[in-house]
Write a protein that binds this ligand. Structure first.
Ligand SMILES: [Zn+2]
Length: 166
């Protein structure tokens, strides 16, 4: 007889997957990649989302799918998969925004300025000479010349190509 309902299995899967209800980086991917969630791309180990509170237009986050609050807790292969998206994010931002440089990095823990400190993520921030200096980037001062939906629509085509390249 074929077993079609196995609640123990569901519990097992959600524990293994580690998704934490109430965490935006766990909840949003379940709603799909769209303008509402601001998710530009979803991969097997990581996804790319626009920062809802960007320092500058085009501020992206690369987020491992696994809910961990410590870089040490993410398995190396999942790190590799997440970081493999960095060059694509840089290329997409270059194509659309022609920035002069980038800040790429992480704030780990509340003390380091992490807005969502329960689920690690990598910031990719395009920079222009004279946009703002690095002090406002680390504080709450923001310059947002473009609506998030506009940014989303401008960047989406290059992330759709990411799936075709794989
Ligand atoms: Zn999470």
């Amino acid at each position: 007889m074929k077993q079609i309902f196995a609640p123990w299995r569901m519990t097992y899967i959600s524990q293994e997957d580690g998704a934490r209800p109430g965490c935006p980086f766990c909840d949003l991917p379940a709603q799909g990649a769209c303008e509402d969630t601001l998710i530009l791309w979803k991969g097997p180990a990581a996804f790319v989302i626009l920062n809802r509170y960007p320092y500058v237009s085009g501020h992206l986050l690369i987020v491992p799918n696994r809910h961990v609050d410590d870089p040490v807790a993410l398995p190396p292969d999942e790190w590799a998969a997440a970081l493999a998206v960095v060059p694509h994010a840089v290329a997409a931002l270059r194509e659309v925004y022609r920035p002069h440089g980038f800040n790429i990095g992480m704030n780990v823990g509340r003390a380091a300025g992490a807005g969502i400190d329960g689920h690690i993520h990598v910031h990719v921030v395009p920079r222009w000479g004279g946009d703002t200096n690095f002090v406002p980037v680390l504080s709450d001062t923001r310059v947002i010349p473009e609506a998030l939906e506009v940014t989303y629509r401008r960047l989406l085509p290059s992330f759709e190509r990411l799936d075709q390249e794989r």
